[in-house]
Design a protein around this ligand. Structure first.
Ligand code: UFG
Length: 326
């Protein structure tokens, strides 16, 4: 049974991947500092509470658990926050990743799946955006992801045994359709979760950041992907590496986009509630349109998503919201 170390396995995406790995028969260990994650979210394998800044703790985990591969989710993820607190992002997302990669090198663990982001493209010149598009991130968050991608490429040049897959996520949403886990960060900023909180009555109103973007209804367009489809791509990427696959980079989305207003309509449809919406100024660091070109993922792995339906994404998120109590 292969042994997989998952950093950030108590967080939103990580916990869904941990659940899937457990169900597929992997021996999985989560390493998480619980800064935004929750112990109850680790529903398969063990949780080791630790910070990536603590290399000795990490060393102990590598010595005892002897992972065959690492999937690395830990990191800070909020684009506007990264503009206000860049050092937090460079430390969490770059320095801590380098700590992890150093320990991997020490223990000769050579397979790595990395959570990258569509934010590495900045304002894309080509839409839908393929992996080979120019990389010009417009936020510190996006720059941290790009820096790590470059570090990974350099490591693989210096060590031919080191193989990685970087997955550039587009906008991830929804929850485990079985209702066991879902989004549970203390102060959600993401559109889908915030809209659901408004529907639930926990947040007063939904602010639309910008209504004069060059899009049909003036609001930003994003490619929303269900968290379970994204989780599946991690398992596929892991198995590709374990089978001897070469280092590679893939977009993960559905290849189609919805505007902020379309997401709000879907939330209203699914929840049966009318949202109190307030229109406001643009938020810094928001590209107008982000849609993935997923042909590489589809061709390489013959991938087909299971939950490619915005209302279904919102429905699973809503069911989780109704159930979830902090
Ligand atoms: N938005 C609102 N109101 C809100 C929240 C968001 O109008 O209350 C808008 C944003 O301005 C943006 C869109 O909804 O236009 C989506 O915003 P999110 O905050 O949900 O997500 P982002 O697109 O900013 O970022 C997310 C992830 C990143 C990832 C990016 C890639 O957080 O990690 O998607 O597409 F890089």
């Amino acid at each position: 049974m292969k042994r997989i170390l998952v950093t950030g396995g108590a967080g939103y995406i990580g916990s869904h991947v941990v659940k899937m790995l457990g169900e597929r028969g992997y021996n999985v260990l989560t390493y998480d500092n619980l800064s935004t994650g929750n112990p109850w979210a680790v529903v398969r394998g063990k949780l080791f509470v630790g910070d990536l800044a603590n290399k000795n703790k990490l060393r102990k985990v590598f010595r005892d658990f002897k992972p065959d591969a690492v999937i690395h989710f830990s990191g800070a993820i909020v684009v506007p926050e990264s503009i206000s607190f860049p050092l937090k992002y460079y430390r969490n997302n770059v320095v801590n990743t380098i700590n992890l990669l150093e320990i991997m090198e020490e223990f000769r663990v050579n397979k790595f799946v990395f959570s990258s982001s569509a934010s590495v493209y900045g304002i894309p010149e080509i839409v839908p955006t393929p992996e080979c598009a120019p990389l010009n991130p417009i936020s510190p968050y996006g720059r941290t992801k790009l820096i790590v991608e470059k570090v990974l490429a350099d490591i693989s040049l210096s060590n031919s045994d080191f193989k990685y897959v970087a997955l550039r996520y587009f906008n991830v949403a929804g929850a485990d359709p079985e209702g066991e886990i879902g989004f549970a960060y203390p102060e959600p900023t993401h559109l889908v979760v915030r809209s659901l909180k408004v529907a639930k009555g926990e947040v007063n109103s939904l602010v639309i950041y910008g209504t004069d973007y060059p899009t049909p209804d003036g609001t930003c367009i994003r490619d929303y992907v269900h968290v379970m489809d994204l989780a599946e791509v991690h398992v596929i990427a892991l198995e590709y590496l374990l089978d001897g696959g070469n280092s590679n980079i893939f977009n993960v989305g559905y290849g189609k986009g919805y505007s902020v207003k379309e997401v709000i309509s879907s939330v209203e449809r699914v929840t049966g509630k009318r949202l109190n919406v307030v229109e406001a100024q643009k938020r810094e660091g928001d590209p107008p349109i982000l849609i993935a070109d997923i042909s590489k993922l589809v061709k390489t792995f013959n991938w087909s998503p299971k939950y490619d339906d915005l209302d279904f994404i919102i429905k699973t998120g809503w069911e989780w919201e109704l159930k979830f109590r902090r």
